[in-house]
Design a protein around this ligand. Structure first.
Ligand code: UD1
Length: 379
């Protein structure tokens, strides 16, 4: 079974690592890996391949940055001849980034079945580019692999044939569990000058709605500065945010000042961290503040309190089962909820169903069962 697997942006690499590993263990599977090049910096791409032990991609489309339409169109244009030449039985896409949608459309236009890993998640906020990517990818996918019950419910409500929906668990948690020994050995805390046992919060922010408008970003930063009087904050900065921060006079020296800032209970602005260092940092934090989807899930499994700086989540199981709370973007609320959470951390009620480190194996098993001598047939 020839499968073309697509990755483009940082969270895709984490999800793809266990899938490629599971395919490689089965002689019946012939995986090809295509990197669209949506993320291309060493810190945003290569470091993840290294940390997650992913073999180098067979093809790199080198699309780089651009408007959503241009990025999507370029992935389609450059992937199409590869699909024509390799004639795969299936194209497998993960997550909700522009590369996910672009690859799914390109495949169906060539009548190649599509598998979507992390299907069915819905924030019900169509102003998020990821929500559009999710809805459209799911609309054309033949195999919809869901991470949580809400995914199945959403897809059924949208009229998807239940036979196409497979509740398999979460490949992001597979990656977290299988690399545990490696991230536990990370020396990031030592590098940052954090004494063993000291308390700190981790912050990430990159959603366009949170960072592209200078006024909104300033409000956030004021809240973080207030909070930093109570607990030091470590802030690995996404490239799109860095440009804004430097423009506004924050954290221009990036890594250089992290040690001093931490010791003076400030905010340590860092360059983006690799996967192992980031998970290590989160695993020992007292609190995570984020607008990322994947980090809500990782915090749930690591048992670290997580406050999501958005009005919605497409991952409700992290709230019902995990440590996550959705608190929006009001600066005062951010400070109040953070202090409340530090004083009274939530008790996680156990891992969500099937978040057990074996999701990728289930996916490969299901794809294997649908194999026919003439190629894959949709369920
Ligand atoms: C993308 C995904 C988002 C995901 C995030 C993870 C979409 C619509 N968004 O957002 O869902 O959560 O990745 O990080 O697909 N840049 C660099 N170097 C890089 C990559 C980006 O400098 O390697 C800068 C460029 O200025 C670029 C900007 O970051 O314009 C945004 O990158 P882009 O891939 O468009 O979206 P992300 O915000 O990273």
């Amino acid at each position: 079974m020839r499968i073309v697997n697509i990755v483009g942006a940082r969270p895709n690499f984490v999800k793809m690592a266990p899938l490629i590993r599971a395919m490689t263990r089965r002689p019946a599977f012939v995986p090809t890996l295509v990197h669209t090049g949506q993320h291309y910096d060493q810190a945003m791409s290569e470091q993840f391949f290294q940390d997650l032990d992913i073999r180098p991609p067979d093809f790199n489309l080198e699309v780089g940055s651009g408007s959503h339409a241009v990025q999507t169109a370029q992935v389609m244009e450059r992937l199409d001849p590869i699909l024509e030449a390799t004639r795969p039985d299936l194209v497998l896409v993960v997550g909700d980034v522009n590369s996910t949608l672009a690859a799914a459309i390109t495949a169906v236009k060539r009548s190649i079945p599509v598998a979507h890993v992390e299907a069915g998640l819905r924030s019900f906020d169509r102003s998020m580019p990821e929500e559009i990517n999710r809805i459209l990818t799911d609309a054309v996918a033949d195999f919809l692999f869901v991470t949580e019950e809400s995914g199945r419910v959403n897809l059924v409500k949208e009229g998807v044939d239940p036979a196409r929906i497979h509740f398999v668990g979460n490949v992001m948690i597979d990656a977290l569990q299988s690399s545990r020994r490696r991230w536990e050995n990370s020396s990031i805390l030592h590098t940052l000058g954090v004494e063993p046992g000291s308390t700190y919060a981790v912050l990430t922010l990159h959603r366009p709605s949170n960072v592209d408008d200078p006024g909104t970003l300033t409000n956030f930063l004021e809240a973080f500065e207030t909070l930093a009087r109570h607990i030091p904050i470590v802030f690995p900065v996404h490239p799109r945010v860095k440009q804004q921060l430097v423009r506004q006079g924050y954290g221009g020296d990036a890594q250089a000042d992290s040690r001093d800032l931490l010791q003076s209970k400030g905010i340590a602005y860092l360059e983006p961290l690799g996967y192992l260092d980031f998970v290590a940092l989160v695993s020992r934090a007292r609190l995570v503040l984020t607008d990322s989807g994947g980090i809500q899930e990782e915090a749930t499994i690591l048992g670290v309190p997580c406050l999501t700086l958005r009005d919605t989540t497409e991952r409700p199981v992290t709230v019902t089962h995990g440590t996550n709370r959705i608190i929006g973007s009001d600066p005062r609320r951010i400070v109040d909820e953070s202090l409340e959470t530090l004083a009274h951390p939530p008790r996680p009620s156990g891992a969500p169903p099937l978040w057990d480190g074996h999701a990728a194996e289930r996916i490969i098993e299901i794809l294997g069962e649908h194999r026919k001598p003439t190629g894959l047939t949709p369920a």
